[in-house]
Design a protein around this ligand. Structure first.
Ligand SMILES: NC(=O)c1ccc[n+]([C@@H]2O[C@H](COP(=O)([O-])OP(=O)(O)OC[C@H]3O[C@@H](n4cnc5c(N)ncnc54)[C@H](O)[C@@H]3O)[C@@H](O)[C@H]2O)c1
Length: 251
């Protein structure tokens, strides 16, 4: 039976790579991005692959009206949602002592509240469908190790990892699995704006390079697939070994 996947923040970067991988593996795709042009371009690009059906819904994935619209579109076009990827996330950099309330609230709104309420809406739908489902959150290595100027972002990513764990209690009895991927440095539009990004991360990553979006998408597709049917409440870190080590006293 063909599965239907809803993926947020998928106009480019990691979300788009996950959408492409799920499409290649046989899912129909509803992809979301807050940028209309990116949504349209991503739908056109994926449609050219000639695999399953791909539709788009542009808008802020943390906005309750957009959440409703995404679910309506999925039901109207495909009649179901089987896979949800809460990937939309924002980073607002700033040192802790000067960090503003407005930036903090916006990071929490998109990363935490957006993930929480979209998952709630889709889990309610999955419950009514009575056939289970698979949900995936996109966290970050910053939920595990300290990074400069990312206190609010790190906190929001650690929060969604705990949300996935907590929801096992309510969702496992419904046959819904829920996991998290935590990418390390990944070559996407947001990071490659820094021309030194790849070289810098290649030096400090045990596997000697940052991730490609396809590396993250492969892990995402595994956790969403039936191959991972006994895995729930877990976080998979994909970082080339970066969080496995500590600074060497001999470096
Ligand atoms: N790139 C990395 O190194 C890295 C590392 C760890 C975690 N992540 C996480 O991976 C996810 C994707 O990151 P990326 O690097 O691909 O980002 P990106 O900025 O390249 O792309 C993310 C897309 O999400 C969209 N978006 C942002 N806020 C949105 C919202 N509220 N609603 C709908 N769409 C929204 C943006 O328009 C953009 O097209 C994010 O959650 C990010 O925190 C990225």
């Amino acid at each position: 039976m063909t599965k239907v996947a809803l993926i947020t923040g998928a106009g480019q970067g990691i979300g788009l790579a996950i959408a492409r991988k799920l499409l290649e593996e046989g899912s129909h795709i509803l992809l979301n991005d807050r940028e209309k042009s990116l949504t349209q371009e991503a739908v056109a690009q994926l449609s050219r692959l000639g695999k399953g059906s791909v539709i788009g819904c542009s808008g802020d994935a943390a906005d309750p009206e957009v959440i409703e619209e995404m679910l309506d579109l999925a039901i109207k076009n495909f009649g179901t949602i089987d896979q949800l990827v809460c990937n939309a996330g924002i980073t607002l950099f700033g040192n802790f002592l000067d960090y503003g309330r407005e930036d903090f609230m916006e990071v929490a709104r998109v990363n935490q509240s957006g993930t929480f309420f979209l998952t709630q809406a889709v889990a309610r739908l999955m419950k009514s469908q009575e056939k289970g489902g698979a949900i995936l959150f996109t966290s970050s290595v910053t939920a595990h190790q300290s990074h400069e100027n990312l206190a609010a972002y790190a906190m929001s990513k650690a929060a969604i990892e705990m949300l996935a764990k907590n929801l096992v209690l309510e969702l496992a009895p419904l046959g819904i699995r829920i996991n998290t991927i935590a990418p390390g440095a990944t070559l996407t539009e947001r990071t490659t704006s820094d021309p030194n990004y790849a070289a810098t991360w290649s030096k400090i990553t045990p596997l000697a390079r940052p991730a490609f979006p396809e590396d993250i998408a492969a892990a995402a597709a595994f956790l969403l697939s039936d191959t991972a049917r006994h895995i729930t409440g877990q976080t998979l870190i994909i970082d080339g070994g970066w969080t496995a080590i500590s600074p060497s006293p001999y470096a």
